[in-house]
Design a protein around this ligand. Sequence first.
Ligand SMILES: [Zn+2]
Length: 324
Amino acid sequence: VHSNQGPLNSVSQHTLKAPISYVGIGLHTGKKVSMTVHPSEPNSGINFIRKDVSAAQAAVVARWYNVVDTRLSTVIGNEYGVTVATIEHLMAALRGTGVDNATVEIDGPEVPILDGSSQPFVELIERSGREPQPSQRWAIWIHQPISAYADGRYALLLPDTRARITVEIDFPSPVVGAQKLSVDLDQAFRQEVAPARTFGFAHEIHLLRKRGFALGGSLRNAILVSEDRVINEEGLRYPDEFVRHKILDCLGDLALAGVPIIGHYCGYKPGHQLNNELVRTLFSKIGGWSYLTIDEFDELLGRGRRRTPLQKPDDTMTWGTNKH
Ligand SMILES: [Zn+2]
């Protein structure tokens, strides 16, 4: 029996109870940045404000259509060319803990990497607490499969009654190799996904740095994998930490849809580019999905909390219609 009371299934929108702040370095730029996440209005979503550029050009909305680079991390930008890089671990933390609306003030071009996972963000969000807001929470409910393919990789969104992510990776490395994991986000995000760290291969670091990436990377904020072992002294947080981190990245990229997606994401060797293509495809397929409030969705599933649950199997036929 599934609980439907987790953060992804809250009926109302939530923001933070109080601002949270931190200072850290960007993984790719190596630049030290200060960041404060503030509560914000219902239906405002997640918005970044660059404090180090002129106020008129500083706002970057965290949505799929603003993704401007996906080579090594997800980078968003506005029409003035102002960008914020490596947003995915913060976006995953906000979505995974059910924070719908927040304004992120940052005084540099890249979100701090912290320990390479979402865990420090999640701990700060939990310390602040979530504030319920007087607005219904919308979700995207998938009713026809959505897909994106590229170079032997794929990503799918399939109809489901829960927000699930299944990821399969296959690296030509005996340390990482083939890993596959499926999680129910509402049940598993906090314990099974949020602490999983980003990773890199020792033989790629030199080339990355020559190209100006991974300048802030260290054993404090990434798992470093050599030919035959994990170089970090503390080892792994999970035997399959690599695929768990990919799930975290996918959640962060899907969060750019703007509202939670109720459906089953399946990715085979997914990456930021493929995920962005999947979300772009989603928004180009009118009729393959609907916006529903969580309340309406619960009612469709016969688990309504406020009204009489629907019981007849025929009622599930209304799933085929696009209500909004
Ligand atoms: Zn990542």
